[in-house]
Design a protein around this ligand. Structure first.
Ligand code: SF4
Ligand code: SF4
Length: 104
């Protein structure tokens, strides 16, 4: 079980590659202040009824395809909290394993 005290990110990049990131108005403003056009990184997701980060063939538009975030210092709140976005303890931070445990 992962907790805030024992979690260490291995920088595999899979969360940036596979997950949808919800954006708050504050997240959008903070990224725009750094010079990015809203149309470049924001899209409305009809399923979750929220603005989310756009994705391309690598995953998140700000993901470099390896292990780095191009906007790390001003990344969205969900990214800063991940993998403890909804809970203080999680089984895994790996999107594929999270899906597997939900499917079981
Ligand atoms: S999936 Fe987990 S280990 Fe991989 S980059 Fe994301 S938080 Fe780090
Ligand atoms: S903004 Fe950065 S940390 Fe968040 S999903 Fe995109 S690449 Fe990953």
């Amino acid at each position: 079980m992962l907790t805030l005290s024992n979690f260490r990110c291995e920088r595999c990049g899979d969360c940036c590659r596979y997950l949808t990131v919800k954006l708050s108005k504050e997240d959008i403003s903070a990224i725009k202040e750094k010079g990015f056009e809203e149309g470049f990184f924001v899209v409305f997701d009809d399923f979750i009824k929220s603005e989310v980060l756009k994705r391309d063939d690598k995953g998140c538009v700000f993901f470099d395809g390896g292990s780095c975030c191009k906007i790390y210092d001003f990344r969205p709140t969900v990214c800063k909290r991940y993998p403890f976005v909804e809970y203080d303890k999680v089984e895994s931070c790996k999107p594929k394993l999270m899906k597997k445990s939900r499917d079981q």
